[in-house]
Design a protein around this ligand. Structure first.
Ligand code: ATP
Length: 351
């Protein structure tokens, strides 16, 4: 058991979860080795079905691993479930829907469930409601709150007992862009100002890019990349797109660009795409070189890599397109394959 406060707050070894679906094994998470340090803000990024929620549900004790181990806040997720639950907050997908209870009462009840006396529970509720800009909505039934307000209430409820670690499963899915940004700001504040370690899942590239210290890209149950967004993108270089009025010029430019160290060059008719590190700096000298040999560049654009480019490079698929093509069938199947473990999940981790 890791009781060292400066050690990782999450440590897994070959963490694995297999489900059985239509009589066949589904390897949702395959041998995850993970370390998260105290105070990090980590995003699991991946398409639907990648294994993000399953990972979170194992780390929050909601479902048991098939094999492998995980320690959260120094406690084993199988043998010391109660201790893990005391140390963490968890906001699952779609909590708080449709309650007739008032928002404030909901927070107070949770605080009471964590053993606080009434006065302390009231004070904690007011503090959290203010922190999440919910004070003026606190006396409305939860069912009348907007999607963004409900999500913020979910996070506030998850924080009632001042957990060291907060797990958020797709916190901004379904929110409009403004509410999404608002929630992201609250999550960053929680991390920066209170020092709470945050582990969230998302399939929004921009979200992972904008707020996470570290992005763990997961696909088919495997971690395929784990680094800061900046380093992941820098590894791919910039995309320099060149346009020519003449196909011979484009051919000559492609040959010249191919001599740049580490460059990948693709030509399509009169267009040339060059993927190269420090493309922004190299573009000007490339244009000058070409001009010196009589080749005029008609159009040039330089774009930094996005996390979608990273995902495409790693998997051959666009994550943005995977999100758009997520089939109704998959969601439908999952809804009908409820396991015993998920029933436990419904009973709630924070109660
Ligand atoms: N209870 C279950 N029974 C059977 N299969 C399951 C169950 N839960 C998850 N799976 C399968 O495990 C795989 C990983 O699912 P998981 O929900 O962890 O993915 P995810 O990355 O969180 O995706 P999403 O964004 O859709 O939540 C998928 O193939 C999914 O269908």
């Amino acid at each position: 058991m890791n009781q060292n406060p400066s050690g990782p707050v999450i440590q897994t070894h070959q963490l694995t979860r297999t489900f059985t679906r239509h009589g066949r094994p589904v390897e949702a998470v395959r041998g995850l080795d993970l370390q998260v340090a105290d105070g990090e803000l980590v995003a699991f990024l991946g398409p639907n079905g990648a294994g993000k929620s399953t990972t979170l549900r194992m780390l929050t004790t909601l479902i048991a691993p098939t094999s492998g181990t995980a320690e959260v806040a120094g406690h084993d997720v199988v043998r010391e479930q109660a201790a893990v639950r005391r140390a963490i907050g968890y906001v699952g997908q779609g909590n708080a829907a449709g309650h007739q209870q008032r928002g404030r009462d909901e927070v107070v009840s949770q605080a009471r469930a964590h053993g606080m006396r009434r006065a302390e529970a009231n004070a904690r509720a007011d503090e959290l409601l203010a922190a999440f800009d919910l004070t003026e909505h606190a006396r409305r039934p939860v069912s009348t709150l907007s999607g963004g307000q409900r999500r913020r209430l979910d996070v506030a409820i998850g924080l009632v007992h001042r957990p060291r670690l907060m797990f958020l499963d797709e916190p901004s899915t379904g929110l409009d862009p403004q509410n999404r940004v608002n929630l992201q700001e609250q999550v960053v504040r929680l991390n920066r100002e209170l020092g709470t370690t945050v582990v969230l899942t998302t399939h929004y590239l921009e979200e992972a890019d904008a707020i996470a210290d570290r992005v763990i890209v997961i696909d088919h149950g495997l971690v395929i990349a784990d680094d800061t967004a900046t380093r992941l993108k820098a590894g791919l270089g910039d995309l320099v797109s060149l346009g020519f009025t003449d196909e011979d010029d484009a051919r000559a430019a492609a040959e010249r660009a191919a001599r740049l160290a580490g460059a990948t060059v693709e030509r399509s008719g009169r267009d040339v795409a060059v993927r190269v590190a420090h493309g922004r700096d190299l573009a000007a000298s490339l244009v000058t070189d070409l001009a010196a040999s009589g080749v005029t560049v008609a159009r040039i654009e330089v774009a930094g890599a996005t996390l979608d480019d990273v995902f495409l490079d790693l998997t051959g698929r666009s994550l943005r397109e995977s999100n758009e093509h997520q089939t109704h069938d998959q969601t439908h199947d999952q809804a009908h394959e409820q396991t015993h473990d998920e029933q436990t999940e419904k009973d709630g981790v924070a109660a």
